[in-house]
Write a new protein. Structure first.
Length: 549
């Protein structure tokens, strides 16, 4: 039997495949160390291997029926555009992400390295939020977990580094290794590049650690949104990450266009000077009006700082950073007195760029909670049960429906009715019947989450708005409430036990066919009727297929 001898072409293809496999491992290291997304594309434009260090926005775009065609027109054409250009092809995609495509030859194969997918500035990121606020995962922050920021200069340098590394790798991957006694000494240029890689790697690792600490902090913040400690806690966390011994948070009153000091760290609030600034006033008012961060290395020599800084400051360097949510102006974060006494630089803005959108969301929700408290003090509270009344319920339900429309988030709604409530009036009298209402309201509050809103709708009916809640989760909450009422002991004003109290609950939700508060209330009421028809003391969910008009 003759032994088949590999041809030179087959050997060459095998070496090319092996060279490509080694490159993919090198690509992963480059992506992680330089904070960019990287992938290698084949002739058909498909990714070879995986997309390393991808921007979290891009996967959300690629699965969106609305935006996927735009992605195909941008990154999908990167291969052909780079090959046609015969050199690095730079472009900005429809989402505002800066990218580059590098054509590289591997023997007789042609591949293209696609990289970048990063924003160059905060303003670009804000434009993205304003333009794509309906993209799935934007409001929850899921699509913003690993966004990338690289200014144009940094991205250009990184692209050159990736290109030179790939070119060197594929040209030299088939060459034999040098003899052991031969020691290559890096040229000054190469040594500088290696030192820069080490510096960038250390900087990236430091940022990753800081952002990780911040996300851990966020997980514990949602439960305290209505607390007066939210802003001081946020400021303390930001100051720790940015090494600022002194900081302040100012929020914009949209009605008066004034910035108000909400929290300060490292200084007496009374000694911080004016606590209100008009939009446009220096310095914080001007920063928010322009939407551009201000990084000052030395306040004494910086012409933008018109007034001398008081001697009580330990350093002359500070950052004034605008906080925005889409096109809305939220406030300003001020940081100074860096603990290591090193001046703040533009590089420090990247950490803030990553965290600021999440800070804006927390501030927005906290301010909403404050408004809710103010509404309760403005005769929007039921005097008997202490719950918000029907007027407030209608306002809140309208807000949540509009939020669900805008961001395509789930929202559920329930109506709770005390079974045979008229009997309690007839047997125990109005005073004791009121006691049933009061205790039911207490159980209702104890059975709900912090983000839910309960209200007395009318008579013996209560309603609950459940933001960002699917029907299945709403049903579990309703069952917990029903059981809580059924298992509780109700007593009269004289201390005598009353007969068992039960409730029936109907649930509906926001959907394509239910996009108005009235429709949601009507369908929840139909579900309540179903619960009553099944014998009461149960939970029913409105279902389109079973609905009887």
């Amino acid at each position: 039997m003759s032994k088949e001898i590999p041809t030179k072409r087959a050997t060459s293809e095998s070496e090319a495949d092996n060279s490509l496999a080694v490159w993919l491992r090198l690509q992963k290291s480059l992506a992680e160390k330089n904070g960019i997304a990287l992938t290698t594309l084949s002739r058909d434009g498909a990714a070879i291997g995986r997309i390393e260090n991808d921007n979290s926005i891009c996967p959300a775009m690629r699965v969106s029926p609305e935006y996927a065609p735009r992605c195909a027109a941008d990154c999908g054409a990167a291969y052909s555009n780079a090959v046609a250009a015969g050199k690095r092809f730079d472009f900005t995609c429809h989402a505002g992400l800066h990218c580059f495509a590098l054509p590289v030859a591997i023997d007789r194969k042609q591949v293209v390295i696609l990289g970048g997918r990063s924003f160059a500035s905060t303003s670009e990121y804000n434009e993205f939020l304003a333009r794509y606020n309906e993209l799935n995962g934007i409001e929850s922050g899921e699509s913003l977990k690993s966004i990338k920021f690289n200014d144009v200069r940094e991205l250009d340098q990184t692209a050159e580094l990736v290109g030179s590394t790939a070119s060197y790798h594929f040209k030299n991957s088939h060459k034999p290794a040098p003899p052991p006694e031969v020691v290559s000494v890096p040229s000054p240029t190469l040594l500088d590049a290696q030192l820069e890689i080490v510096r960038l790697t250390d900087q990236l690792e430091s940022r990753k650690l800081s952002i990780g600490q911040f996300y851990e902090f966020l997980r514990g913040t949602a439960a305290t949104l209505e607390s007066q400690k939210v802003y001081p806690s946020l400021l303390e966390k930001f100051s720790g990450i940015m090494k600022a011994e002194r900081s302040s948070l100012m929020l914009l009153n949209e009605e008066t266009d004034e910035l108000t000091l909400e929290a300060a760290l490292g200084a007496d609030l009374e000694a911080t000077g004016p606590i209100r600034l008009r939009l446009g006033d220096p310095l914080a008012g001007a920063v928010l009006a322009s939407g551009t961060p201000m990084v000052v290395r030395d306040a004494e020599s910086d012409p933008r700082v018109s007034r001398p800084r008081p001697g009580r400051y330990k350093t002359n360097s500070f950052i004034s950073y605008p906080i925005t949510l889409g096109l809305r102006k939220i406030g300003v974060l001020n940081l100074t007195d860096r603990s290591d006494r090193v001046p703040y630089e533009d590089d420090d803005l990247m950490t803030l760029d990553m965290m600021a959108p999440h800070l804006a969301l927390i501030i927005d929700r906290t301010e909403w909670a404050r408004k809710a408290e103010a509404f309760q003090q403005m005769s929007l509270t039921d005097p008997l049960t202490g719950l918000p009344n029907r007027r407030y319920l209608q306002d809140r339900l309208f807000e949540e429906v509009e939020r669900s429309k805008r961001y395509n988030t789930p929202m559920s709604f329930m109506i709770i009715d005390i079974d045979r409530f008229k009997n309690y009036n007839d047997v125990y009298g109005h005073t004791n019947a009121d006691r049933v209402l009061v205790k039911t309201a207490q159980i209702l509050r104890g059975s709900l989450r912090a983000i839910d809103m309960s209200a007395r709708f009318a008579g013996d009916e209560f309603c609950v708005v459940l933001p960002e809640t699917e029907l299945g989760d709403a049903a579990r909450i309703a069952e917990r409430l029903r059981t809580g009422v059924c298992d509780s002991e109700f007593t009269s004003e004289q201390g005598d036990p009353m007969e068992e109290v039960t409730v029936s609950i109907g649930i509906s939700s926001f959907s394509a066919s239910r996009q108005s508060p009235l429709k949601i209330i009507e369908t929840a009421d139909r579900a309540l009727y179903q619960a009553k028809s099944r014998g009461r003391n149960c939970v029913a969910i409105y279902e389109e297929a079973r609905a009887v008009d």
